[in-house]
Ligand binder design. Structure first.
Ligand SMILES: [Zn+2]
Ligand SMILES: [Zn+2]
Length: 249
């Protein structure tokens, strides 16, 4: 069975993923970016880590309405924001607060509907090394199929999941899953796949954004998961339900 044969069997799991097209430097407070100046409401202070009280770094802000216009994918409305504590004072918040799991507390991950005029913000001094802003200017569309392991672990299809030969073939030959920053698609797992359920409805959440820490050297997002990948998952129904976690090798 060739590649086409395999993909025809798992065609229904095909997802579009979008790789960000980026440029160095910051953009407006409502724009999509890695690091830089986020949108904060009037009177809102720069988010600090609940543990060490130091300012957290903006890892990612996505303008969801803009992304929807550009990709035709519905990932909700408003702004997605992920702030994360990168302080390296021992013991690190990342360790103490279980930053690698969805329940981690050294982060702020949210979808907000921006109201009012953006504030004039000065980025606080961020430690240990401040991420340089990189703006997202567009998206490149690719197609992805899940791994055999993912099909099995998530029991996406009972028949296929029981066909061990096919599962093995998919794992061997499916190299469509991008190990890059991307919006949507299938996760490139470093360890085994995780099944995450929405707190509101209990349904499985899906990959919303994959954050490869070294994918954008200008941003030098090489923090605790420097040899790993960060995952932001979202409920397909409740698009404000988002979680962040990471895996490392
Ligand atoms: Zn902290
Ligand atoms: Zn839900």
């Amino acid at each position: 069975m060739g590649l086409d044969g395999i993909f025809s069997k798992i065609a229904k799991f095909k997802r579009k993923a979008f790789l960000p097209i980026t440029a160095q430097g910051d953009s407006g407070p409502l724009d999509s970016k890695f690091s830089g100046i986020p949108f904060l409401e009037e009177g809102e202070k720069w988010p600090v880590c609940p543990n060490c009280k130091k300012p957290m770094q903006l890892f990612l802000q996505l303008n969801l309405d803009e992304a929807k216009k550009q990709t035709k994918q519905d990932c909700g409305s408003g702004l997605f924001q992920l702030f994360y504590c990168t302080s390296d004072t021992e013991p690190r918040c990342d360790t103490v607060c279980d930053g690698n799991v969805p329940e981690g507390t050294c982060e702020l991950v949210r979808v907000i509907i921006p109201k009012g005029k953006p504030q004039n913000i000065v980025v606080p001094k961020l430690e240990p090394n401040q991420i340089k802003p990189v703006k997202i200017t567009g998206w490149m569309e690719v197609e992805e199929f899940p791994s055999g392991t993912e099909i099995q672990e998530l029991n996406l299809d009972e028949k296929i999941a029981e066909d061990y030969e096919l599962i093995e073939k998919i794992d061997d030959e499916n190299n469509t899953i991008q190990q890059k920053d991307k919006l949507g698609g299938w996760p490139f797992w470093i360890q085994s796949p995780w099944l995450l359920e929405c707190k509101k409805c209990g349904k499985p959440m899906q990959l919303f954004f994959q954050l490869c820490s070294q994918a954008i050297p200008e941003a030098s997002l090489d923090y605790f998961f420097c040899d790993g990948i960060g995952y932001i998952f979202q409920c397909p129904q409740h698009k404000e339900e988002v979680v962040f976690f990471y895996q490392e090798s």
